[in-house]
Design a protein around this ligand. Structure first.
Ligand SMILES: Cc1ncc(C[n+]2csc(CCOP(=O)(O)OP(=O)(O)O)c2C)c(N)n1
Length: 601
């Protein structure tokens, strides 16, 4: 059936049995495909029935579906003309692993970062209203994404409007790890029905105001029961609450959505789903399979940078009881599982709340603790104001361990950590380091932890080819390391680009400097090198604008040094998705490009 569907209208005449068969086919296709491409299998297996029911009831692109994070939209892609392209998912020049406006008219809004769906959907529904359109806007948000501050900001606004907005809360009790926080506990109480008994009367009244719903409810006693459990929190915010219902039951989903279709007021439907539904391994270990790697990714025997960070965190925590580890919902990805088990009282998973995580760390630092915030580069973008206003301005002792810096590969532009050197280096008071290997990472963390003030260590996704990375060494602040002596040409290498710089250095017989620090720069060494060489090149996995090379350039300009500098970094475009190596090559972050530049007259 699946192969014959080219657009969502083609499922509208199917019977419930046929829709259910379609769901089975979808599931098999999802499993088979992600085994080849990698991707967010668990989350997608959890939304198959929901997506089918949504497309059965609503009409995209007139009605708008906004998928929060966008990682659970594979079924939506398959039903909206992209089934045949699924083999290219997350591959270079293939379709994206997230929703993307430029990819399809059925993707009403792009995503990748969490908790944006209600804001975007509210914007669309208010615009529809202003344009006198009656189309429905539907935001699908997970219980994990609902923990993000933006979602609350949007609920606060939505509840004060009469926008035709349907929010579907896809509750599987999981973020990537188990969902955490008071909201998560509240949703569990809602599901268990504890709030039901106290609020039953109020909800029945609400139901009476919806004629179609009332008719339908009469038809199904069981369903009525499911529909009238009120969500006090949402209702208090002015958003009608319906549910919880079984998010894997197509007839129930379809009937409920039909009833909620023409209800011109913000409303929330709470559905219960299972992450990894239909695949035993995933159902039993949902966080392990949140995202699966493509089979081509090399099984490296060396530890990943994240693992090295996690080991450092445990070792330092053992030595210093003031150390606190904070993660905004990325325990596994940030290598913090061991730390969370060894030091539960010093471990804080704050849910998908990067802004809060930064300022929380600041608060702790004022009381003499030494917080270490593990955060992906791309998600630190969320906490930028807090970084400047709450940490740097007050010169607080917080260590930012910034993972997934640079090109991250298949997750693409929403997840690329390619702006951090630029947006961090301009902030006063901070020390900013980019280690070139896992051993250098360990030393950088020792060094940064020792500094009393704000400091950042940024490191990439992946591994470096070093087995023994543990060291007690400290690095002198602002001191670069000459990794290779050469003549005429000098390459300033920032972070993990060192291997590529050394490869080019061999071919060019160039001097190669592992810069280690973006701030403070090793000014003395830069002056010396720029005087003893005739050509300078810099390389970094950050945008060229405002990054490490740009910092060197400013220094040369300010001091009237005329030795020419070529800055090799990422261009002024959003990067593609694809494997990390493909992307490095695509953007010239490789030895070949450095050699060409070095050889140019
Ligand atoms: C701002 C931001 N922080 C962190 C992430 C990483 N992340 C991707 S999905 C996810 C969990 C989302 O959980 P939920 O919304 O419940 O969806 P599920 O996968 O369980 O269906 C997290 C933390 C992100 N995408 N964006």
């Amino acid at each position: 059936m699946l192969d014959q569907i080219n657009n969502p209208n083609e499922i509208k005449n199917l019977s419930f049995d046929e829709l259910s068969q379609l769901a089975n086919e979808m599931r098999i296709a999802l499993i088979e495909n992600t085994q080849k491409t990698g991707g967010h299998l668990g989350s997608n297996l959890g939304t198959v029935e929901l997506t089918i029911a949504m497309h059965f009831v609503f009409n995209t692109p007139e009605d708008s579906f906004i998928w929060d994070v966008g990682h659970q939209a594979y079924t939506h892609k398959m039903l909206t003309g992209r089934n045949k392209s699924m083999s290219t998912l997350r591959k270079i020049y293939g379709i994206s692993g997230f929703t993307k406006i430029s990819e399809s008219e059925h993707d009403a809004f792009g995503a990748g970062h969490s908790s944006t769906s209600i804001s975007a959907a509210l914007g669309i529904s208010l615009a529809n209203k202003l344009n006198q359109k009656i189309d429905t806007t539907i935001a699908v948000i997970g219980d994990g994404a609902l923990t993000g501050g933006m979602a609350f900001e949007a609920l606060n606004h939505a509840g004060d409007t009469d926008a035709n907005l349907l929010i579907i809360l896809n509750d599987n009790d999981m973020s990537i790890s188990k969902n955490v926080g008071a909201l998560s506990k509240y949703l569990t109480r809602l599901i268990s029905g504890k709030i039901y008994s106290t609020m039953k009367t109020k909800s029945l009244k609400l139901l009476e105001s919806l004629p179609r719903l009332q008719d339908f409810a009469k038809r199904s006693e069981e369903h009525l029961k499911g529909m009238i459990l009120p969500g006090t929190l949402f209702e208090e915010l002015g958003i009608d609450y319906f549910g919880p219902i079984d998010g894997h039951d197509i007839p129930v989903l379809v009937k409920t959505l039909q009833n909620l279709k023409n209800h011109s007021k913000p409303r929330i439907l709470h559905i219960i789903t299972k992450k990894g539904q239909g695949m035993e391994d995933l159902e039993n270990s949902p966080s392990k399979f949140h995202g699966i790697a493509p089979p081509t990714s090399s099984k490296n025997k060396y530890p990943s940078y994240s693992k090295v960070f996690g080991k450092w965190l445990c070792n330092m925590a053992e030595k210093d009881t003031r150390l606190i580890g904070i993660t905004p919902a990325m325990c596994e990805g940030s290598g913090m599982v061991q730390f969370s088990e060894n030091y539960p009282e010093r471990y804080f998973d704050v849910a998908i709340a990067e802004q809060h995580a930064v300022t929380l760390a600041g608060g702790m630092a004022t009381k003499g603790l030494k917080p270490v915030l593990a955060i992906y580069s791309t998600f630190l973008q969320r906490g930028y104001d807090q970084f400047i206003h709450d940490i740097a301005l007050q010169n607080l002792d917080v260590l930012f361990a910034i993972d997934r810096a640079g090109l991250v590969g298949e997750d693409g532009p929403t997840h690329a950590g390619v702006f951090d050197l630029s947006f961090l280096r301009c902030v006063p008071n901070i020390v900013l380091m980019a280690p070139s290997s896992s051993l250098e990472l360990y030393k950088a963390l020792n060094t940064a932890y020792n500094i009393d003030g704000p400091k950042c260590v940024r490191f990439p996704r992946g591994t470096s080819h070093i087995e023994n990375f543990i060291s007690d060494d400290l690095i002198e602040i602002g001191k670069a390391n000459i990794a290779r002596d050469g003549v005429d040409i000098a390459i300033f290498s920032f972070g993990s680009m060192l291997d590529k710089a050394l490869e080019a250095g061999e071919s060019l017989n160039a001097t190669v400097i592992d810069m280690r620090f973006i701030k403070p720069l090793d000014e003395k060494l830069i002056f010396k090198i720029s005087k003893s060489h005739i050509k300078l090149i810099s390389i970094e996995d950050n945008v060229s604008a405002g990054g490490g090379g740009s910092a060197v350039n400013e220094l040369l300009q300010q001091n009237g040094i005329k030795t020419p500098l070529s800055i090799v970094g990422l261009p002024d475009t959003f990067t593609e998705h694809g494997s990390q190596e493909e992307l490095y090559d695509l953007y010239g972050l490789n030895a070949e490009n450095l050699i060409n530049i070095g050889n140019k007259k």
